[in-house]
Ligand binder design. Structure first.
Ligand code: MN
Ligand code: MN
Length: 489
């Protein structure tokens, strides 16, 4: 034993005792948990590949909830009174939903909620989308959420959505996902002719009105126009557009009139894929925020008899400010809790709901900006979520001097962090980039304004809001584990 060694040991221990760092998740996993990380990654890829729109995502969550014995709150048997352990769900207009596991304590004692959003940035079709120009058919779009427009050119695109027919039937439209389906496409200018374009600022090189989707090029076959009589072949205009309408009629039974009132979304085509030779990451459209939605789905499916009522809330319209009757600002959530209180207590008054919300704890489950060394100038590395270091807690979001942020209370932040530690959940902290670089917000403020304790807590993402975003499977796993620990109390 040399004295040098003793002094080194002492230095190591004082460092361990006084300093803090966030470990790499992969280093903390045994063989069994490592396998569980990859298994969850497979389940997630299937989920998100199906969940290309908020409607499809809500439908998939509903399907899974029903398969696990969750009861539809809007179709409960007469005289139903919820008891501890009961599992319920309620869908809001096919675009948002809640899953509820009734707790042992009355609702008035508060709830544990994990709230995510299932809408994602995309290109919506305008009400009059279809036109013909230079012997090609195009679809006009209006982008939804924060997109870098140039990223949506030159990639295969799919069309998803619903149209309502004259008889009231809702027809589901889906083009571009199956291997033998055609895809859609937004063109970019060839570099040979882009002298003017490439000197423009990135945000102006491709304009909003320039995001026109190439959708066809073959004119209506001669026989098709003649069979309907009236107009002669020579005077018939826009034959490519007409051909496209004919194909839509054949496939979906709709005309240009139905396109006006339809809700149709252009999204990247194709499935989620593993990233990296070690398969540790996943690229997909819509990680923001379907990765946190999926983690909270896994979490609520994993709990049995919580003390407090546990709720996974999947909301819509976060990317455009949470407004409207399917967004988190709507009355849907509170009305659902009020209905549940009436079923549980046999009576209801406003104060019951207010008291419940004041005792409620919420994880605002939304993705964060993972630290990207390719763009290090935009981050404060010491205060950024690192890929593969687990569930990222964000005390606040906002812009400039935390403007618009719901700044979580330190006591609640610490309570959540210690809960994660007690349950071996790898967690880390981060801000959305460096100070004054930009910023953003989440649904955190909405339930915080009603009196609940709320903190943002989600999966770090690379290339956020790009057509294809990247997450770490280890972070997804820790998110599900953390959300489960939070709900299972
Ligand atoms: Mn988000
Ligand atoms: Mn977002």
């Amino acid at each position: 034993m040399s004295t040098t060694n003793v002094s080194t040991d002492r230095k190591a221990s004082i460092k361990d005792r006084l300093t803090h760092s966030f470990p790499i998740v992969w280093d903390q996993l045994d063989e069994i948990e490592t396998a569980a990380v990859f298994e969850m990654g497979e389940r997630y890829k299937s989920f998100i590949t199906l969940s290309k729109t908020e409607r499809l995502c809500a439908a998939e969550i509903k399907r899974i909830a029903e398969s696990q014995g969750y009861l539809n709150m809007d179709a409960l048997p007469e005289g139903f009174s919820p008891v501890a352990g009961d599992k319920l769900y309620r869908v809001n207009r096919g675009k948002a939903l809640v899953m509820i596991v009734v707790g042992k304590a009355p609702l008035e004692e508060g709830m544990h909620i994990v709230g995510s959003h299932i809408d994602a940035p995309r290109l919506d079709l305008k009400p009059v989308p279809l036109y013909e120009e230079s012997d090609m058919a195009f679809l006009k779009t209006h982008y939804y959420g924060g997109v870098k427009k140039y990223q949506w050119t030159s990639i295969p695109l799919a069309l998803h959505g619903t149209a309502r027919k004259e008889n009231g039937e809702l027809v589901e439209i889906r083009i571009g996902e199956d291997a033998n389906d055609p895809v859609l496409f937004i063109t970019d200018l060839l570099p040979h002719l882009a002298k003017d374009q490439v000197t423009k600022p990135l945000g102006e090189a491709i304009t909003g009105e320039g995001l026109n989707v190439l959708a066809g090029s073959v004119p209506l076959p001669k026989g098709d126009s003649e069979s309907e009589g009236s107009v002669s072949e020579e005077t018939l205009k826009d034959k490519v557009k007409l051909h496209l309408l004919k194909l839509l009629e054949a496939r979906y039974g709709i005309t240009e009139r139905e396109l006006v009132t339809a809700e149709l979304e252009i999204v990247p085509a194709g499935a989620a894929r593993d990233v990296g030779l070690d398969r540790g990451m996943i690229s997909s459209y819509g990680h923001d925020d379907r990765v946190c939605a999926f983690a909270s789905l896994e979490a609520i499916l994993g709990i049995q008899n919580p003390e407090k009522t546990a709720i996974a809330y999947f909301t819509d319209k976060e990317e455009v400010g949470s407004m409207g009757n399917t967004g988190a600002e709507s009355a849907f959530f509170e009305t659902t809790v009020a209905e549940l209180m009436l079923l549980q207590a046999g009576h209801y008054h406003d104060l019951m709901l207010r008291r419940a919300l004041a005792k409620t704890e919420v994880l605002s489950a939304d993705v964060s900006a993972g630290y990207d060394p390719n763009y290090s100038d935009a981050y404060d590395k010491r205060n950024s979520g690192m890929m593969g270091r687990g569930l990222e807690i964000m005390k606040y979001t906002g812009v400039r001097g935390k403007s618009g942020s719901s700044d979580a209370n330190g006591e609640f932040f610490d309570k959540v962090a210690r809960l994660f530690e007690a349950n071996k959940v790898c967690w880390q902290v981060g801000e959305l980039g460096k100070v004054d670089q930009g910023g953003g917000g989440t649904i955190a403020y909405i339930l915080a304004n009603k009196g609940a304790e709320v903190i943002d807590c989600g999966v770090p993402v690379l290339s956020m809001h790009a057509p294809y975003e990247v997450i770490s499977k280890a972070d997804l796993y820790m998110a599900a584990k953390g959300y489960m620990a939070f709900l299972n109390r």
